[in-house]
Design a protein around this ligand. Structure first.
Ligand code: SF4
Length: 700
């Protein structure tokens, strides 16, 4: 065998599948007739040499035979290979025609949280400078929008973690809300295990028992959608039993009196009724968090993807602030970002309301600063657009006629997915940049082949806010181009080449650094050379000599008066949530499984990962299943007011009897997002993915 397998090549890279961004090395061995691959981990400050099953098999999608290797144009309903020159000409003709017939805002751009920082930056610039449209947003709207808005409102800055991961093991009490990090960010789990070994008390708030709740000392298995009310219960006990850090509250916060007054009227019996959590358990959690000298709170999509996601997170931040557990060692907040570059993806201008460096598009000064860097007149910079799902609604209404879509699969990932399909059918010209013919790409007029994590050079920002450099390790296959090259070439053919004369990714990063300078997410002091030497730098990093910011808010918050903001939060969402009824008697909640990532476009291509979970399922309590005549491992129809799907049953004692769970990695007749309503959080516009009312029936 040793004779047969001879040559060996190694490729250093970073896993694309979650915000831990674990460093790894792909080893390729060749024989005369074959190749085989193995992935090993590489040490780095975040993952500390660990990898999970997704990272170990990431190469299977990058090397998959179904990867698109040249531009594809739809002709008579079939995709045919064309040259890059022809592809660019199609874009020029169709984009120009649409804008001259319907106006500049008839075109839209839809991005993704897996793009590198440079690609995210360039996509925002492309929408505003090359297309001059106000319509740009991205799939991170479904990921981090609630946590980001809450942190901005409370602290004045949104960085995933206010501390580096290395502070978790020394924290004495940790509350994890709506996160199954053991399956979504597996290499993060050992930080919590270490904390437990050191004596920490861990509280997990989740309607389901998961791999993550297994490490909890106290699992609060609340009714779906009642997180804000539970936080009120915790706050009431903390204030009534004198766990408030008076000095911190007085010196570092505003709004305590209003919060206290509101909580005086909160009734713990009512909280028990709303949440389904016994008062005794609420008290135990509050006392434990209050009495320990250090504590951290982590949130994820379980609490954030709700129509009161922003306020629910704000209420959890209230707990941190009244107990003074922020800005100190092993005290702080972490929004556990889901997507591969969820943090960086939201900092550089892909969002409808933001410009690079977290600058605001409706702030005159910010607009001027970015316009000057881009070399355009501030008056030509488009105004604020709308959020991702609202863009789909604009397509459905006929306002948006064309779209340029990069690194996202909105036909599967949006709520009310049946309507989303209708909308995409209405587009007059859709360009999709992807590695595969995804469910969304099927609707495209033109598909452009994009590079994978093995071929893509660029910076990424992990869940801590640590900026790292992923160098390209393999050449692009076939006629595949890098996303940044595609954007630059389209800009050239549209006559905007002078704004996109980049020769390398590093060139783009250097412009990004200047664009972010003085903003909240300040990257100015970070360079490619430093990243190569220092193995990651935490922003803000305003100067070349700055070491990066490991812990935020030690002496001040980022609001003008340097104080954080406390706010009373209602037990109930202002946008009414779906309620169970006689017709739809069960709550539906959604989430991930260990083996898959987002809508599964990449992980479903991996034979190892697909073998682990090759189809969707409904997790259902045996008592509930029996009530509805549903056998274990049998087909079940799930129906909501928005649609229906069919998946296989999986009996489990780990879920509440009034709730079922379905993962969101599958498409078509198994796409759970067909069941989700289009209600959005009024502030951040995140859809309420985590709570729907459904009925179920067996399929005979
Ligand atoms: Fe690391 Fe996340 Fe990739 Fe797993 S999926 S190897 S935890 S980056």
């Amino acid at each position: 065998n040793q004779q047969k397998w001879q040559a060996e090549k190694t490729y250093d890279t970073q896993c694309p599948y979650c915000s831990m961004q674990c460093k790894m090395q792909l080893i390729e061995q060749s024989s005369f007739t074959n190749k085989k691959y193995k992935t090993i981990s590489k040490d780095n400050p975040t993952s500390q040499g660990r990898l999970c099953i997704k990272g170990l098999n990431a190469h299977q999608h990058a090397l998959h035979k179904e990867r698109i290797k040249y531009p594809l144009f739809k002709k008579d309903g079939e995709f045919v290979q064309i040259s890059w020159g022809e592809a660019l000409e199609h874009i020029k003709i169709n984009f120009t025609r649409i804008q001259s017939e319907y106006g500049l805002n008839a075109l839209s751009v839809y991005g993704g949280g897996s793009l590198t920082n440079e690609e995210a930056y360039l996509l925002g610039k492309f929408a505003r400078v090359s297309l001059k449209t106000k319509y740009i947003d991205y799939n991170g709207r479904f990921c981090m929008a609630a946590a980001a808005t809450a942190a901005n409102q409370a602290f004045g800055i949104d960085r995933g973690l206010t501390n580096s991961l290395s502070e978790i093991p020394n924290s004495r009490c940790i509350i994890i809300v709506g996160s199954n990090l053991a399956e979504c960010q597996p290499t993060m789990t050992p930080y919590f295990h270490k904390a437990k070994e050191n004596g920490a008390y861990i509280i997990v708030i989740d309607p389901r028992e998961t791999e993550t709740t297994k490490m909890a000392d106290l699992h609060l298995k609340l009714k779906p959608g009642t997180d804000a009310a539970l936080a009120n219960g915790l706050l009431k006990v903390i204030i009534e039993e004198n766990y408030v850090d008076d000095l911190f509250v007085q010196d570092r916060t505003n709004g305590f009196q209003e919060l206290e007054k509101y909580l005086n009227a909160v009734d713990l019996n009512e909280i028990e009724q709303i949440t389904g959590i016994e008062i005794e358990h609420i008290q135990r959690a509050a006392r434990k968090f209050g009495e320990e000298e250090s504590g951290m709170i982590f949130t994820a999509r379980g609490v954030e993807q709700q129509t009161d996601g922003v306020m629910a997170v704000r209420n959890l931040l209230n707990i941190l602030l009244v107990t003074g557990k922020i800005g100190k060692p092993s005290c702080g907040y972490g929004a556990i970002t889901g997507q591969g570059n969820g943090q960086g993806g939201r900092e550089h201008g892909q969002k409808a309301d933001q410009l690079p460096g977290y600058r605001l598009i409706d702030n005159k000064e910010h607009r001027k600063y970015i316009s000057d860097i881009w070399g355009i007149n501030e008056k030509d910079l488009p105004k604020k657009g709308v959020s991702a799902y609202e863009m789909i609604e604009e397509i459905h209404r006929g306002e948006i006629k064309g779209m340029f879509l990069m690194g996202s699969n909105p036909v599967v990932s949006n709520p009310n997915a049946n309507i989303v399909k209708e909308a995409f059918q209405k587009l007059k010209f859709l360009v999709v940049v992807d590695m595969f013919i995804s469910e969304t790409a099927r609707y495209a007029d033109l598909i452009l082949p994009s590079s994978s994590y093995l071929e893509d050079e660029g910076t990424l920002t992990n869940l801590e806010g640590r900026v790292t450099l992923r160098e390209a390790s393999r050449a692009c296959p076939g006629e595949v181009k890098h996303d940044w090259q595609i954007i630059c070439e389209i800009s050239h053919i549209l006559g905007k080449g002078k704004y996109f004369s980049f020769k390398s990714v590093e060139d783009i990063f250097n412009e990004l650094r200047v664009a972010s300078r003085g903003g909240i997410a300040d990257y100015y002091g970070i360079t490619y050379d430093r990243l190569r030497e220092e193995n990651g730098i935490l922003w803000p990093c305003p100067t070349i000599n700055h070491q990066g910011s490991k812990r935020l808010f030690e002496t001040s918050f980022a609001h003008l008066d340097e104080k954080a903001v406390l706010i009373p939060v209602s037990n109930y969402s202002t946008v009414s949530k779906e309620k169970i009824s006689e017709e739809y008697p069960l709550y539906l909640t959604t989430g991930r499984v260990l083996a898959h990532y987002l809508t599964g476009v990449q992980t479903r291509k991996s034979s190892v990962l697909a073998a682990r979970n090759f189809e969707s399922f409904i997790e259902i309590h045996p008592s509930t299943a029996m009530k509805y005549r549903i056998q274990d491992n049998s087909l079940v129809q799930i129906e909501s007011k928005k649609g229906r799907i069919v998946v296989r049953s999986k009996w489990s004692n780990q879920i509440r009897q009034d709730t079922v769970f379905v993962p969101f990695h599958w498409a078509d007749s198994q796409n759970v997002n067909c069941l989700i309503s289009d209600s959005l959080d009024p502030t951040c516009k995140i859809p309420g993915f985590k709570i729907s009312a459904v009925k179920i029936s067996p399929i005979d």
